[in-house]
Write a protein that binds this ligand. Structure first.
Ligand SMILES: [Fe+2]
Ligand SMILES: [Fe+2]
Length: 258
């Protein structure tokens, strides 16, 4: 087993879970289960997209550079496919650096707390860069909340971001959360997803994602289950393929945190 990867996973997920259990007596936020549910939702959606015809994709993807996204979906390699899973598992690892009072706050965050929370993406990217993860994984993790950036080209440079953004928001909405007492219905969650995406850069897969969720619901198919039995060891075993221990770290993009 690779010590660095597994230590970081245990430290992150273990610490968060213990804190929540101790604080509330029940598990309301759990970064580990969020990451597994996200990977399930992401890969179900990717499989759904891959089965669609080019005509369907052309009709339903909304973006100036639509062909780029159609090509991305239709020509996804096995490695790219696998990296999407790894990306989901590690995207929020930077929460380890966020103060626990903020992570576990039962109410709405203040502006300053929100700002601190938003830095988890940069923290994740820095941690993964230090471990030697491939640059595309590091960059995708850095931009995984694209609404915090004004750069309109993020989706085009890193098409995986458009999939990660939409599935991450929806997964979070469908989970029990410390700041929300009730579970949201599918339609409630889709409504909030829409308003969240409207604050952003115009996610090209919005329409297709709504169709995907509604179709799966009609079939009573649980889109969050695929990776539910994944262990920390499974995560390390898969991730190791995308870590280059001998990489010159200076060659990777330098991510600074304000
Ligand atoms: Fe995040
Ligand atoms: Fe997330």
């Amino acid at each position: 087993m690779d010590r660095d990867l597994s230590d970081l996973l245990i430290e992150t997920y273990g610490a968060t879970i213990n804190d929540i259990v101790n604080l509330n007596g029940d598990l309301k936020i759990d970064t580990f289960s969020h990451s597994l549910k996200l990977s399930s939702c992401m890969m179900e959606f990717v499989d759904y997209l891959r089965k669609l015809s080019v005509e369907d994709l052309t009709k339903k993807i909304k973006h100036k550079e639509r062909d780029l996204f159609i090509n991305y979906i239709k020509n996804l390699t096995l490695v790219q496919y696998d990296k999407l899973i790894v990306l989901c598992w590690w995207h929020d690892i930077g929460k380890i650096k966020i103060r626990k009072e903020i992570l576990t706050k039962p109410g709405k965050l203040t502006e300053d707390e929100y700002k601190e929370m938003s830095k988890h993406a940069a923290h994740s990217a820095n941690l993964l860069r230090e471990l030697g993860f491939s640059d595309d994984i590091v960059a995708s993790v850095f931009f995984h909340h694209p609404k915090n950036f004004s750069e309109k080209k993020i989706y085009s440079f890193l098409p995986a971001i458009s999939l990660l953004e939409i599935t991450d928001i929806y997964t979070a909405l469908k989970e029990p959360r410390i700041y929300r007492d009730e579970m949201l219905s599918t339609q409630e969650a889709l409504k909030i997803l829409q308003s969240e995406l409207e604050k952003g850069l115009g996610n090209p897969f919005y329409k297709l994602f709504i169709e995907f969720v509604n179709e799966k619901e009609k079939e009573h198919y649980d889109i969050f289950k695929r990776f539910e039995n994944t262990t920390l060891q499974d995560i390390v075993d898969k991730s190791i393929h995308y870590v280059d221990k001998h990489k010159q770290v200076s060659a990777a993009p330098v991510v600074t945190i304000k």
